[in-house]
Write a protein that binds this ligand. Structure first.
Ligand SMILES: Cc1cn([C@H]2C[C@H](O)[C@@H](COP(=O)(O)OP(=O)(O)O[C@H]3O[C@@H](C)C(=O)[C@@H](O)[C@H]3O)O2)c(=O)[nH]c1=O
Length: 189
């Protein structure tokens, strides 16, 4: 498993090895020790799996507030997405900046989205399945979001505002500048 740094210090791209043979392939997609060696001692408590019928489905940008903040390790089983992590830690040198990475069944990458970040994705293909491990349980009371197409974020989602397919909840999320429920930046997060 190779682990690559991104432009935002705490967000990482993981490249699990894939061993192909006549039968198909084998891949270690999560290894606690490897991540610990890379400085991430993680305790996942829930695995999420979402199916998206169409290309252009946008989910996000979502996060849970402290004390239920979640780190997310994201990968794609079928199809492809642009996966996005936005730094929403007030006081962070990269506040409001984002990392956007294509994750697909073909490239087999994973994105580590730490607590303190809003997360979202846009499907690039129909029949896209995404799975992610999270470090805390779902808590609707702590669930928050930011509008996906906030002009201040300047995210290239690969879909137009007219064509994007969103949940009713996600259509009316606030802009980052209007969202008061954010995180505080801590060096050690
Ligand atoms: C996220 C979540 C949802 N649900 C339920 C609530 C609701 O009835 C239904 C669909 O929920 P949502 O519309 O919030 O699902 P979705 O829009 O896919 O939400 C997800 O988006 C991505 C981008 C994330 O990062 C996730 O953390 C999560 O927020 O599933 C759970 O039971 N457990 C969970 O962990």
């Amino acid at each position: 498993m190779q682990i690559e740094e991104t432009d935002i210090a705490d967000v990482k791209i993981l490249y699990p090895k894939k061993f192909g043979d006549d039968r198909g392939f084998f891949s270690e997609v999560w290894n606690a020790q490897t991540m610990k060696d890379a400085g991430l001692d993680l305790n996942f408590v829930q695995d999420n799996h979402a199916y998206n019928a169409e290309a252009g489905v946008v989910r996000g940008l979502h996060y849970q507030l402290d004390p239920k903040a979640q780190g997310k390790l994201v990968r794609v089983l079928r199809g492809a997405v642009i996966d996005v992590a936005v730094d929403i830690r007030v006081g962070s040198p990269t506040f409001g900046q984002h990392v956007a990475v294509e994750l697909s069944a073909d490239n087999w990458r994973q994105l580590w989205v730490p607590a303190g970040f809003a997360h979202g994705y846009c499907t690039l293909k129909p029949d896209t399945e995404i799975v992610y491990k999270v470090t805390d349980y779902y808590s609707p009371e702590h669930d928050c979001g930011i509008f996906w197409n906030d002009p201040d974020l300047n995210i290239n989602w690969s879909v137009s505002a007219e064509k994007a397919i969103l949940s009713e909840k996600d259509k009316i999320l606030p802009l980052l500048k209007d969202q008061t429920r954010l995180f505080e930046f801590k060096e050690t997060r």
